[in-house]
Design a protein. Structure first.
Length: 326
């Protein structure tokens, strides 16, 4: 079911403060990985009664991708944004295993170790693929699911898709990464923003500076190239799966109420997939955002937050009707 922006709940969101720095974090040893976790504590409720949320970034992203969204949701959610193994400030996984199954297992290990019960799970791009697998395989861990431009298989070939087979070739992926390393941190950051955003000119200067710092920090990490290339290859391999482990089959098994959010100007995952994703899910609402690219949580955090809160409200109302507390 498509949701018009005018039908989103008019929740009293905090003011959007794009000048605030990334939320502080700390390391936690999870599943053999030094995982970096940024927490956005609930600002409008008693922390004990606020609902847990977990944010999972996409390929090449980091926990900082959710700074503004987590702030807007803080009155309702006690949120944790994860740096996936090999990304952001997190260390590499054991055995340098960057398969999607490995990333999924790490997030599951964190959810179990945190002992916070079912969470509001939010994933963007590759993070969306990870969240799909978790919701399908471990439904007891997911209260609601929000998929922001999830990286699902698309049988239609697009111009940008020609890069993916090339990266799969031995040696070529690392060579492309070394070529990117020749860019200045500013040019590399701007190139990423131009690829992911519909309106790169609207990115605040401080967010550009943060992206430049991230580029510089990753170049000092011995595993950064492997994390990027191997994670992309691992994601593409899941596209070739058949049977119950195939991404579309997993989507069909998800029982959690789900929000599907997509930008009309997404250059990485075609918005044409959005209606099919929503229709494949058992209980989903679809929000299409005009003039938004691949990262709606960064480009339009207000409507993204309202959609997530609309989903939360619907899920909690259903639980109340069923006599189930949360």
């Amino acid at each position: 079911m498509a949701t018009d922006q005018s039908r989103l709940g008019q929740f009293p969101l905090p003011a959007l403060d794009t000048g605030r720095p990334p939320w502080p974090g700390q390391y936690r040893r999870i599943g053999g990985v030094d995982l970096y976790l940024r927490r956005t504590p609930s600002g409008g409720m008693d922390g004990a009664s606020s609902e847990p949320a977990v944010y999972v970034h996409g390929l090449g992203g980091a926990s900082t991708n959710f700074t503004d969204l987590a702030n807007l949701l803080a009155p309702w959610f006690d949120g944790v944004a994860i740096d996936l193994p090999g990304f952001g400030r997190s260390g590499p996984p054991a055995g340098a295993d960057y398969s999607l199954d490995s990333h999924t297992a790490t997030v599951v290990d964190y959810l179990e170790a945190s002992d916070r019960g079912a969470v509001h799970l939010v994933g963007n791009s590759m993070g969306g693929s990870i969240c799909i697998a978790i919701a399908a395989q471990r439904p007891e861990l997911v209260r609601t699911l929000t998929l922001i431009s999830p990286a699902v298989p698309d049988l239609r070939m697009h111009r940008q898709d020609v890069v993916m087979p090339l990266v799969m070739l031995p040696g070529l992926g690392p060579a492309l990464m070394r070529r990117l390393d020749k860019m200045t941190p500013e040019r590399r950051a701007r190139a990423t923003i131009e690829l992911c955003f519909a309106r790169p000119d609207l990115v605040p200067p401080n967010r550009l500076h943060e992206a430049m710092e991230d580029v510089t920090e990753r170049r000092q990490q011995a595993w950064s190239h492997d994390a990027m290339v191997s994670s992309l290859r691992g994601l593409v391999r899941t596209y070739l799966r058949r049977g119950p482990r195939a991404p579309w089959s997993q989507l069909a098994r998800i029982v959690a109420p789900t929000a599907v959010i997509w930008g009309t100007a997404d250059r990485l995952v075609d918005v044409g997939n959005a209606p099919r994703v929503a229709a494949t899910l058992r209980d989903a609402e679809l929000l299409i955002l005009d003039e938004v690219g691949h990262t709606a949580q960064l480009e339009d955090p207000i409507n993204t937050a309202r959609m997530i809160l609309t989903l939360r409200q619907r899920a909690n109302q259903r639980s109340a009707e069923d006599g189930v507390g949360f």
